[in-house]
Design a protein around this ligand. Structure first.
Ligand SMILES: [Fe+2]
Length: 269
């Protein structure tokens, strides 16, 4: 499942539209009361071949039956079950939350639509194009991993930012998956994002996982620097750090059924 020419050209278009290398945001008052902070823009990465457009899916999950919504926006921000189906998604639960911020002003962006999609816990997309290797040996343990479709996983969801620019998602840690077994190339666990914000170009990126309690954490960290998407996007080691999210038990103790991660998307307007 290497990147296709279609989304490579899309990446180039997106890259051209985002001419910001680094932005210092000072004097920003957030809802957390910080007087000032420094934030670099979120690096752009490829859309990938598995964005859920109409007709692409293996299983057309539409929790919201409003026909005017594209299928990518017809599901909510909790991907751990599908409304109307009995059962929960396989995999390790995580909560991701944060803000969408304007790279120029540092201000929160309300009414931004975040579409998030990913593979299942075993690394399989709900997409007809994901017809590659269905089982493969774990590169460290040799244990065979079956890349299965999980009918209880929602696969994609939508969160819309509030007045403070805040969003949240509940999902599972997606599986890493092979893109070339002979070359020993695998994609580390990752979440895909498309952000449609008022007065901004559509923003596309991917976020990765880190944390002692995250499945395959050591392997994921080893895979990250050589990941095809990261290399293709030309991310420097410093930029790579800006797309990795640390997940840990909730320090406040309020969330007990999964790990929590925090990420602010800093996007050009
Ligand atoms: Fe992917």
């Amino acid at each position: 499942m290497p990147p296709t020419p279609e989304h490579l050209s899309r990446r180039k278009i997106l890259k051209r539209s985002a001419g910001i290398v680094g932005v210092i945001m000072s004097g920003l008052f957030t809802h957390h009361g910080l007087a000032a902070f420094l934030a670099e823009p979120t690096p752009i990465q490829a859309l990938g071949p598995f964005f859920p457009d109409e007709g692409d899916e293996v299983d057309a999950i539409r929790e919201n039956s409003d026909p005017s919504l594209p299928i990518s926006e017809a599901n909510d921000q909790d991907l751990t079950f599908v409304k109307g189906r009995k059962g929960k998604a396989l995999g390790q639960l995580i909560y991701l939350s944060g803000q969408v911020l304007d790279a120029k002003s540092g201000q929160p962006i309300p009414h931004a639509v975040l579409i998030m999609w990913s593979a299942s816990a075993s690394g399989r997309y709900n997409h007809k194009g994901d017809d590659g290797v269905y089982s493969f040996p774990h590169p460290k343990t040799g244990k065979i991993i079956e890349r299965i479709h999980d009918e209880h996983f929602q696969y994609w969801g939508k969160s819309v930012t509030n007045k403070q620019g805040e969003y949240w998602f509940k999902t599972i840690v997606p599986g890493f998956y092979p893109i070339d077994l002979q070359a020993k190339l695998y994609r580390p666990s990752h979440l895909h994002f498309k952000i449609i914000a008022p007065n901004s170009s559509t923003f596309v990126t991917q976020l990765y996982f880190r944390g002692d309690n995250i499945s395959n954490n050591v392997l994921n960290q080893e895979l990250l620097p050589n990941d095809v998407v990261i290399v293709d996007a030309g991310l420097t080691p410093e930029e790579q750090k800006r797309v990795i999210v640390d997940y840990a038990p909730d320090p406040s103790g309020k969330i007990t059924d999964g790990l929590v991660g925090h990420y602010n998307f800093v996007i050009p307007s």
